[in-house]
Design a protein around this ligand. Sequence first.
Ligand code: EPU
Length: 430
Amino acid sequence: MTQFVIHGGKKLQGEVEISGAKNAAVAILPAAFLVDGECRIENIPQISDVTLLLESMADMGAEIRTVNRTTMDIRCRGLSYREPGPAMGEIRASYYFIGALLGRFGQARVPMPGGCDIGVRPIDQHLKGMRAMGAEVSVEGGYVNAKARNGRLHGANIYLDVVSVGATMNIMLAAALAKGKTVIENAAREPHIVDLANFLNAMGADIRGAGTSVIRVFGADRLRGGAYTIIPDQIEAGTYLAAAAAAGGDVLVKGVIPKHLFSITAKLEEMGCEIIDMGDMVRIRRDGRLHTANVKTMPYPGFPTDMQPQIVTCLARAGGTSVVTEDVWDNRFKYVSELAKMGAKIQVDGKVAVIEGVERLSGATVKACDLRAGAAMVIAGLSAEGVTRVTEIHHIQRGYEDLVQKLRGLGADICEEEVSEEPESSKNLA
Ligand code: EPU
């Protein structure tokens, strides 16, 4: 078992390069199944969710050639239908195989998606979209089974009852090769939605309006292939900004699209950080105690839920009381009990956390409850006095490339440590 060991209290100083966006990559890679040709995909993040996806795609017959560390050529020409293995049930993004396989082959059998435990995570809106496009869909034995009634999906008008990133992207995937026009109303507007549309358009699709709440997909007969570069990860960039805000210092976050970060940088400015937009870089400087702020998570362009644990951790040491409302997921405050071990004073009532800033946090052994909560534990460790050990880091490795190396590059005292598993008999089973 590996854990992170952090000697906190050091200011962060220097530059960090941001990797490709996880939540774009996990849709764009399955989208390669729609392409009856070869696509070159650049800026693929080196994270465990991506490794799992690529392994599964290779098992399903995709020919994958590594060009360099972050670039792959994926060839799905002349492929016949194969379904993803049960390992895909471990990650959330497995649901994108439903849209991609249905679109290309008119059928899909995919394990129900896993991912972070942050509340009820239904996929009813995805399935409603597939049904509207002429698929028969059932969920049995932990699998989603879908089949296009006439062998090929057809266009449809689909209104999403909730603004859903996954449903918007899945319907775009399914519609790219459907017969006729699909209109998605009340679509999500996240940067990764625009990225998926740009990828598909670069392969020959005709998708208009991505980034607005109405997306029109004019189904193509074939996608021919091409080259595409994935956008930088908005949440990884936000996480390093939050780390600098919490630990203090002067950090240049490089290779970003500042517009995608606006809700985060605006909040950090409100909290007393100096933010300098430098085109494709953002510089953050922070000295002295952070100010309080109230935050409410919302779909883009609102404050992202995937930055909620990191911002709460910053506010845990602010000079006063802050209120953070989680309005996307119904159970995303579980990590608060871990922060409490470090001295944080946070009261949670349903979707609202009231954070009474304390002067200092002290190191403790805390666990990464999920991906972003894990990142928050690292941030807490960097800003705390003493030694923090973060366990269950496999959650963090699902979505952050080289976190330890990147933080060490900023002067943080963080390393990985191997520990032997506690024998079952010595565990406190009470
Ligand atoms: N929802 C439904 N029905 C659906 C789909 C969603 O009721 O069919 C509800 C959800 O329960 C939730 C809200 O709609 O309350 C938004 O869910 P959404 O579908 O947007 O989330 P997702 O697509 O499952 C993606 C990211 C999450 C991120 C959310 C919101 C991926 C693989 N995951 O999830 O990322 O929190 O969008 O931005 O893209 C993370 O990266 O740490 C992470 C959890």
